[in-house]
Ligand binder design. Structure first.
Ligand code: ZN
Length: 416
């Protein structure tokens, strides 16, 4: 990657002093860069369209900004008192919405600790998100991205890397997707008692019954596992942060033994059982629980405060992503006329998984064979001058629509 954009003008004498720009100067440069990008965005959309038409491979790399148009906010403040307000929280598992980042409250709720200590609040939050995502409309932007993959690229030549946990790409029928933080549309056992995820996208009409605090008691009544007691005690005094992990580890072993070996039940059948537990008519619905061991259920998503090993991958997504990357890099190395375009959309920098994915490919493929088209309404300093990056300062829907217009125009011209 190139040096910082301001380095060239200041790197003459003492290199060390060149980085000592005042914050005000950086702000001025960023504003100038931003103004420039405003004026360039339509031209750059046409450049992006040319890249799409010329490329042999495409990576779509999407962050929370991609789902804003679906009605899924990047971040909003979650009210600690009302479950209903959880409905508008989060299009991502925690990284991409820079401007309205709500911080600790969101992180506290979407955490492994809250799942253990206050499962009622955790479930209210996660179930509301799920219901919202089920209701969310898929936008023209999603449809257009899929059309590009299907119509402009050979089968298997386009891949999607996303930090979004709302399942939108899969609902739209994208063929190859790696959800790097998992998905809140798949659930799993919190212990977990087995290596299995329940794909709730199989049930497009399913909604969790609205969460109420009473369900917390229901969870504790029905679950004889030690965690029920822990949850209640911890809810009273959420200060017990220290030994929780050890407790959970101890419980996990005990419960797994009590439940016994994994049954041969398929994941699809388990998903049906999971959904079926809420079919209780007028009776108070239960808290989401594992259909095998009755432990609390949770989304198969990376929670704050846990590592990647805590949740299950779905269907080998990570392996497919790794294989695709290597296959593309090998193909580019074998034939220097081949081109890769990365379309990065709505990806922030707080936890830069999506940016890293595209930039890593650009670095390895080189800017002669790869261009990263970065679509973001709030560009970072350096986006506009980094070798191989085409920065478009625009929201996802508007930029995709304009690029698509250019694709159609250029395609018509090539036919004429
Ligand atoms: Zn279980």
């Amino acid at each position: 990657m190139a040096a910082e954009p301001w380095a060239g003008a200041h790197a003459s004498a003492a290199a060390a002093s060149s980085v000592a720009l005042e914050a005000a100067e950086l702000t001025a440069l960023a504003e100038a860069d931003s103004t420039l990008l405003d004026g360039l965005r339509e031209d750059r959309c046409e450049s992006a369209a040319r890249l799409l038409l010329q490329a042999d491979f495409m990576l779509c790399a999407t962050g929370a900004g991609m789902s804003v148009g679906c009605g899924m906010s990047t971040y909003r403040t979650y009210s600690s008192t009302g479950e209903e307000s959880a409905a508008r929280v989060g299009g991502s598992s925690g990284d991409d919405g820079d401007s309205d980042y709500a911080g600790p409250l969101y992180e506290a709720l979407a955490s492994a600790e809250t799942l253990r200590l206050d499962p009622a609040s955790f479930h209210a939050f996660m179930c509301s998100f799920f219901n919202d995502a089920q209701e969310a409309r898929r936008t023209a932007g999603y449809r257009t991205l899929r059309a590009w993959q299907d119509c402009l690229f050979s089968s298997g030549h386009a891949f999607t890397f996303t930090s979004n946990v709302d399942g939108m790409h899969l609902r739209e029928g994208f063929a190859w997707v790696f959800e790097c933080h998992g998905s809140k549309m798949r659930w799993q056992c919190s212990k977990p008692c087995r290596d299995e995820v329940w794909d709730l996208l199989l049930y497009p009409s399913f909604r969790f019954p609205s969460a109420r605090p009473a369900k917390r008691r229901r969870l504790q009544e029905q679950d004889e596992a030690p965690s029920a007691e822990d949850s209640g005690a911890a809810a009273e005094g959420a200060a017990a942060e220290g030994a929780v992990a050890e407790d959970a580890a101890a419980e996990g072993g005990g419960l797994t033994e009590a439940v016994g070996e994994n049954s041969p039940t398929s994941a699809a059948a388990s998903a049906a059982r999971f959904v079926g537990q809420f079919d209780v008519g007028d009776a108070t619905p239960p808290a989401p629980s594992c259909p095998h061991c009755s432990s609390a259920a949770r989304p198969a998503v990376l929670l704050f405060g846990e590592d990647y090993a805590s949740r299950h991958e779905a269907g080998g997504q990570a392996e497919e992503w790794a294989a695709w990357k290597q296959w593309v890099l090998d193909a580019l190395a074998a034939d220097r006329s081949k081109r890769l375009v990365v379309i990065e959309i709505g990806a922030g920098t707080a936890v830069p998984s999506v940016r890293d994915a595209g930039e890593s490919l650009l670095r390895r493929a080189g800017s002669r064979q790869c261009t990263l088209v970065r679509i973001n309404p709030t560009p970072m300093l350096g986006d506009n001058t980094t070798d191989g990056v085409l920065s478009i300062k625009w929201g996802a829907e508007a930029a995709i629509a304009h690029i698509n217009e250019c694709v159609r125009k250029l395609a018509r011209e090539s036919v004429d």
